[in-house]
Design a protein around this ligand. Structure first.
Ligand code: PA5
Length: 448
């Protein structure tokens, strides 16, 4: 009862021998993650994080979650990138898709909204209108504490909350998650007296979902964070230094994707067959894209939601440029059961499916697509989990984190920095005439 990986459909592009030939390199990359012997060793706090979260830390998060759940019908998670996507991935995957549409009294959990992940004036304005008559709270997340997008959103939402419920009540409804000592958010949280959680120095944003960055919003959404972390800890153990390459699933996945990349497969498409997994793919895109896309190298991580995208991107995948491979996340057993009903008239011709589970149709779409795409020259890696629950999402999270670290080392990059994200910020600050950017402002304006 664990995550599994099926590598039998690589379209003849990489053989088992070729994979095994890389086992030593992959094992050495895995060891380096545990020993901190390669680039980025300051950012390896995530490696043994699942097994090291203490009872006290769980309780602290659960208690803060209870306060927010008690005071608020809506909780806004303010953050961007690694300070946003992990929580949303887990919350979307593990909560009822329609619960948020229920009237407040019937709803089991607060509605979770997200802000600070864009700078859209309409988005913020519409959110403020919506929150005007709601009992809401805020989880403000920023490791640096200085990121522009969440800072703007927080300023607006804090003003609204203070206007609505007053300063004292606001303090109960705002939690800040940031650096232990540095950054504007730390200064603000300390001066206002907000409840705070610390993002450890040695864990980068995109690896932080199992810190309070992810765990607090996830707990507020009513999800069992202990089970989530247990799942992650299982894969931590299943990939430690004592485990040989043949059993180290993230290492095998990392080798295959690197071998495919070396053979011209420059784009990896993460495929899901359940809309609840859409944001897991967004999280995965950030994890791999930001970790590997540097030094003019790196697989481009893309994602599709099937079967919806089979009716749009399916054409490209089947017959477009052969530079892609697919990694499918497959869920063996859905949580619910719905049968295709019988219809006397059968005008839609669907009676041949009557009495079958909807998931059987989904599974045949999945199998049929895999066979068609492999026939079309698209290698396929299949990652299977038994069902969608906390434990297996936890397993998937650690599986991908570990794979990403190993894969980055195999590629020859530092998977734990992101120097390239600064370029847009400097231009934006120069264009906005931020104090300190006077020279840059002159220079950029002369180019316009
Ligand atoms: O993975 C990363 O480091 C980034 O995506 C950051 O999480 C993102 O830029 C947000 O940064 P911060 O948490 O400092 O506001």
């Amino acid at each position: 009862d664990s995550i599994q990986i099926n590598i039998k459909n690589l379209a003849g592009i990489v053989s088992e021998e070729e994979i095994l030939r890389k086992s030593e390199l992959a094992t050495s990359a895995n060891n380096a993650l545990h020993d901190g012997t390669r680039e980025g060793s300051d950012f390896l706090g995530w490696v043994d994080l699942p097994s090291s979260i203490t009872e006290e830390e769980f309780r602290d998060i659960e208690e803060a979650a209870t306060v927010l759940r008690t005071h608020c019908d809506v909780v806004v998670v303010v953050g961007i990138g690694g300070s946003y996507l992990g929580a949303r991935a887990v919350i979307d995957a593990l909560t009822n898709s329609f619960d948020w549409l229920q009237p407040e009294k019937k709803r089991k959990n607060p509605v979770i909204l997200y802000a600070g992940n864009n700078i859209s004036e309409d988005y913020l304005s519409e959110m403020i209108d919506y929150l005007e008559n709601k009992e809401f709270g805020i989880i403000n997340i920023s490791k640096s504490g200085t990121t522009t997008e969440p800072a703007i959103a927080f300023r607006l939402l804090k003003n609204l909350l203070e206007k609505k419920v007053g300063n004292e009540e606001s303090k109960k409804r705002i939690v800040a998650i940031t650096d232990a000592t540095k950054g504007a958010l730390r200064t603000l949280a300390d001066s206002e007296g907000y409840k705070t959680f610390i993002i450890p120095d040695n864990i980068g944003g995109r690896y932080s979902v199992l810190t309070p960055v992810g765990l607090l919003p996830i707990a507020v959404a009513g999800i069992n964070i202990r089970k989530l972390v247990t799942g992650a800890a299982e894969i931590e153990k299943a990939t430690d230094k004592t485990v040989s390459f043949d059993y180290n699933l993230p290492a095998i996945y990392a080798v295959i994707r690197n071998e495919l990349y070396r053979r011209g497969k420059k784009i990896e498409i993460l495929v899901n067959y359940h809309p609840k997994l859409h944001f897991l793919a967004e999280w995965w895109k950030q994890l791999f894209g930001e970790s590997e896309g540097k030094d003019q190298m790196g697989i481009f991580p893309a994602a599709v939601d099937f079967t919806a995208d089979l009716h749009s991107m399916g054409q490209w995948i089947q017959e477009g440029e052969r530079t892609i491979f697919e990694t499918v996340i497959s869920i063996k057993e859905p949580n619910k059961k719905v049968l295709v009903p019988h219809d006397e008239v059968n005008l839609d011709g669907l009676n041949y499916l009557k009495g079958k589970r909807v998931d059987e149709v989904n599974k045949m779409a999945e199998l049929g697509t895999r066979l068609a795409h492999v026939d079309g020259g698209v290698p396929n890696i299949l990652i299977e989990i038994p069902e969608l629950n906390e434990k297996y999402i936890g397993q998937l999270i650690y599986f991908f984190e570990k794979a990403c670290g190993i894969s980055g080392y195999l590629l020859g990059v530092n998977p734990f920095n992101q120097p390239g994200v600064e370029a847009y910020k400097s231009n934006m600050f120069a264009l906005l005439e931020k104090p300190g950017y006077e020279e840059a402002t002159k220079s950029i304006k002369s180019k316009l």
